[in-house]
Design a protein. Sequence first.
Length: 302
Amino acid sequence: MSITQKEYILRITEVVQYIEEHLEADLSLNILAEQAHYSPFHFHRIFSAIVGETPNEYIIRKRIEKSASIFLKDKESPIADIVFDLGFSSNSAFTKSFKKFYGMSPTAFRKMTDPFSKIGKTERKIGQKSLEIDNYICNINQLKKWMIMNAKFEVKEIPQMPLAYVSHVGNYEEIEGAYGQLMAWAGPKGLLNENSKMLTVYHDDPNVTALSKVRQSASLLLENEVDTQGTINFMTLDPKKCVCGMFEINFSEFEDAWKSVFVWMHENGFDENDKAPFEIYHNDFNTHPEKKCIVEICVPVE
């Protein structure tokens, strides 16, 4: 990869991060181009080539996905308030974009946030139990038994974390290449030792974002900010209160681990906020006698 290509990726990655942190703000082409230090015309071409969407398409998608994520958690706030908080010019423009993206209106989507509606619509008759509800309750009970055996939960304040990272977009199972790039960069700089901590930061919710577009950051926890270049970027995760679940698990159990964190969180009265959740890895699974990963899943809460 040439120096020019690396510089393009670095600047566009910084703009993507800026967009995600300012979805409610004015994200005009001129403002974004200024963030990247390119002319609007040049920026539009480079952004589209690297991201695979035009800046406007990307912004609309992120705002729509953010609204869907809010609808999954908040069934009370007026839709119009959420629409304008996310920078849409009108309720009709939002509704049209939302329906195009999810195939239904925001109101219809919001009605699906009832837990039982997620497991299928059922015609309930007097004296007749819903098979779907029985299965749902059974699955939750099984998960709770798994939690007792495999999880330790706590609520704690996570301090500010400076991170070097490589962006990965797509399937979680393919993030290994991003970590390879990160470690190849960090090793010669003396940034890796037995106490090093690696993290994956999840910027998108797979419940509302297509898996092929889910963005993650393969990250290394640093002591201080360092100079980065090319595909290696720097960010700081601000201090936050998190519900944290500690696990010693196989890779096949990660889905259950994430589910259990959210079950514990909601049963203990905590609400997720809009900050990115993340995983902190406390071992190298290759050195574990059973090839298990000691991982801490952290979900920021109100």
